[in-house]
Ligand binder design. Structure first.
Ligand code: PMT
Length: 222
């Protein structure tokens, strides 16, 4: 039988939201369900890869034969990623990581008092950019969730974060993006792009991995 295209390859995928604690009972988060990242993990495993899925809190079951590491905050996610990034061939950042965390997490539940209150936020580390800056970096793929100027902003992230590829999605369109079963992706790399029109996340995951395999083959042969 034919060898599988990702046989012998190690791939790490982040998925889902992060939660940034405010106090022991509250957090800041977003609408990511994990569906897109889990679909990629499932598809990569089916193509023969050894898959590690670093997951924020979601209510999805772990795809068969996938190693899943559960995390909450962006900092937890960064630590889990960095502790196992050596020897990964491919990294795909599909998680919706909070850009900011609460600077001072309250140790006790915050009581209701004044009419207004303010939370002071501090920048979180950028997991994708950290991976992409490694000397021996894996083939590094980011996602870009945008609500306007989708391709332009994604192109900026591709260059600024030194990525090998970025998959942009317009999360302002009803029925795709966050928490939907379908999505549409515009995939960019240095010197090329490919549009993947609306399809199930399962199908898009396969198509995205196909593009990654083609680019990696191309890089190896150049
Ligand atoms: O989970 P689903 O409900 O299926 O929804 C899928 C999705 C919309 C979440 C997914 O398709 C998607 O777009 N994921 C990326 C969401 C996001 O946070 O995009 P961004 O444009 O803010 O971030 C750009 C890239 O940097 C992403 O690869 C992100 O993982 C990464 N990042 C961002 C901030 C940070 N501190 N660290 C990061 O690694």
């Amino acid at each position: 039988s034919q060898p599988q295209p990702l046989q012998g390859k190690k791939i790490m995928i982040t998925a889902g939201p992060t939660r940034e604690a405010i106090d022991p009972v509250r957090y800041l988060s977003n609408h990511s369900s994990g569906k897109m990242g889990y679909a990629i993990a499932h598809a990569a495993q089916a193509l023969g890869a050894n898959v590690t899925l670093v997951s924020g809190p979601v209510s999805l079951s772990t795809p068969d034969k996938v190693k899943r590491v559960d995390v909450n905050s962006a900092e937890d996610m960064l630590n889990a990623v960095m502790s196992d990034i050596d020897h990964q061939d491919i990294f795909i950042g599909c998680a919706a990581v909070a850009d900011y965390k609460v600077e001072q997490v309250a140790t006790d539940k915050i009581k209701k008092s004044a009419e207004h209150m303010q939370l002071r936020l501090a920048r979180n580390p950028d997991i994708l950019a950290t991976v992409a800056s490694l000397d021996n970096k894996p083939f590094t793929v980011g996602f870009a969730a945008e609500t306007s100027n989708v391709i332009e902003y994604a192109q900026g992230k591709l260059e600024r974060k030194n990525l090998d590829m970025i998959a942009a999605n317009d999360v302002a369109i009803q029925g795709q993006g966050f928490n939907a079963d379908n999505n549409a992706l515009h995939v960019l790399w240095s010197g090329g792009q490919h549009n993947l029109p609306t399809a199930t996340k399962t199908e898009l995951a396969r198509q995205l991995l196909q593009l990654i395999i083609e680019r990696m083959d191309n890089d190896e042969n150049s």
